[in-house]
Design a protein around this ligand. Sequence first.
Ligand code: SF4
Ligand code: SF4
Length: 131
Amino acid sequence: MKANDYTPFNYKNIRMPLSLRLKIFYVKKFRRKNKELQRKFMKEMGARRRFTEERSTIQWYPSVESSSCSSCGVCVDFCPRSVYEKDGKGRAVVVNPYECVLLCRGCVPKCPSGAISFPDPEDFKKYVYYE
Ligand code: SF4
Ligand code: SF4
């Protein structure tokens, strides 16, 4: 999967009730530009998301290639979960790995240097289901 393939509504192979799948289909197909509706929907999805194991045992979090990082700070400002902080030289470092939302890769396409990477999401879908 390429970095810009990221979509918050990528639900394939994740266990999810039909009602939620239909809502995703509707939002993707007919309400793609309605950011307010999308925010509400993401909130609902977050509330219904469950993990098969403790989050602290699931190794899903970003890695930063420090030699590629240009210290722009975009990821630090962007991540709503404060996963990153700046080190003494302004480069991004991962300080709260388990705060990273499982299967989120929202910061990857924001990085202008391509310095952020994640493990293969396919290996982690088995940990997520929705009530
Ligand atoms: S967005 Fe990329 S280049 Fe900018 S601080 Fe984060 S990792 Fe470094
Ligand atoms: S993937 Fe999402 S939650 Fe994880 S560090 Fe990036 S923006 Fe934050």
